[in-house]
Design a protein around this ligand. Structure first.
Ligand SMILES: Nc1ncnc2c1ncn2[C@@H]1O[C@H](COP(=O)(O)OP(=O)(O)O)[C@@H](O)[C@H]1O
Ligand SMILES: [Mg+2]
Length: 361
């Protein structure tokens, strides 16, 4: 059956997956555009792999539908679907050469040998390992093995690339390098890509859109910038980047009080005067007061701890006025030095954006 879902490349409708009594995915609805790079992001066990496997047909959903390029693929076996997949563990065949690993899917497709060789060389060139054709997986580093796994996944030129934590097993430096490489390759090929990760930095740096998941449901879908700047819930705010949370009370339509200080708020939720809410401020949204001309109340805070992060310095602060025992501010290393700050110093701060508000729980 062909249904007109043409406006999106991949459409997931009311998808639910149960393992016995346990609900691993609950009523997932998601549209993915052609050539988009989407990350499924969330803590371990939230259902990312289960959703990816449903899209691949490796584990059928309990209910719901999946459409790919306008076609209902909901109950097709993996072999009837159009995708390439890379797992966290490189999953290369140890007894086959790199070339044989890469050509595996092509041999099955009964393609002439000279064409296969040409394609394998092209793929190895593409992932930057043309000289490794005759090597065995055991002789490659983790990063190299994962590049071969990527070449293998792309061999049949699938229009959908599925990546399940492809970088998680690698060293930090290789990981950062491969992030960039995978992203560039994806851009060049224009292949619609879904990558599962529990690493928010990976998702923020690589994705066009991030799908934040929590316990089998989607918490928020948005661009990295949206997810970072306007997290929809305390969960997302806490999971992505660093966020300071303060107990606050609504004083007027656009005013809240944190401790004894009044702030204008972001109006991102409807509030009732008198209501207790949670206010959220990122570490880089505090500045030392002299930096800005501000009519806002200055926050008196005491430096409890100093942590060097290179170009930034992270200050752990407390503020009696805000009734906050511990919150974090990032300051440029240059500013830190210019102000000759030290532990125990009391500093005067402003907030450069209005605190975001969340219902108090
Ligand atoms: N085959 C299975 N049988 C039973 N429970 C499963 C199975 N696969 C996954 N689960 C459970 O479903 C939940 C989601 O798993 P998974 O999708 O692997 O999470 P993630 O990839 O986000 O870490 C987990 O609680 C996991 O234990
Ligand atoms: Mg997983």
């Amino acid at each position: 059956m062909s249904i007109n879902k043409a406006s999106h490349y991949l459409v997931i409708e009311n998808l639910t997956k149960r393992f016995g009594e346990f609900v691993a995915l609950q009523d997932i609805n998601l549209n993915i555009n052609e050539s988009e790079f989407v990350c499924f992001l969330g803590p371990s066990g939230c259902g990312k792999t289960t959703l990816l496997r449903a899209i691949a047909g490796l584990d059928l959903q309990s209910s719901g539908n999946i459409f790919q390029a306008g076609k209902d693929i909901s109950v097709l076996p993996p072999s009837g679907r159009d995708f390439g997949i890379v797992f966290q563990s490189y999953a290369l065949f140890p007894n086959l050469t790199v070339a044989k690993n890469v050509s595996y899917g092509l041999e099955n497709a009964k393609i002439p040998k000279d064409q296969i060789n040409k394609r394998v060389n092209e793929l190895l060139e593409m992932v930057g390992l043309p000289e490794k054709a005759n090597a065995y997986p055991a002789n490659l580093s983790g990063g190299q093995q994962q590049r071969i796994a990527l070449a293998r996944a792309l061999a049949t030129s699938p229009s959908l690339l599925l990546l399940d934590e492809p970088l998680s097993a690698l060293d930090a430096k290789v990981r950062v390098f491969l992030r960039h490489e995978i992203k560039q390759l994806q851009r060049k090929l224009g292949v619609t890509t879904i990558m599962v990760t529990h690493d928010q930095e990976e998702a923020l740096t690589m994705a066009d859109r991030i799908v934040v998941m929590k316990q089998g449901v989607i918490e928020q879908i948005g661009s990295p910038n949206e997810i970072y700047q306007q997290p929809k819930s305390v969960f997302v705010a806490d999971f992505i980047g660093t966020m300071n949370f303060f107990e606050a009370q609504v004083m007027a339509d656009n005013q809240i009080k944190i401790g004894e200080l009044q702030f204008e708020h972001d109006s991102n939720i409807d509030t009732v005067v008198g209501e207790r809410v949670t206010a959220a401020v990122r570490p880089e949204e505090f500045v030392i007061s002299q930096q800005v001309e501000s009519s806002e109340h200055k926050i008196e805070a005491t430096i409890r701890e100093i942590e060097f992060l290179g170009s930034l310095v992270r200050l752990r602060l407390s503020s009696k006025q805000m009734q906050a025992k511990s919150f974090i501010m990032n300051i440029e290393e240059r500013m830190f030095r210019a102000n000759a700050l030290d532990e125990g110093d009391t500093i005067s701060l402003s907030v450069i954006t209005s605190p975001r508000l969340y219902p108090h729980d």
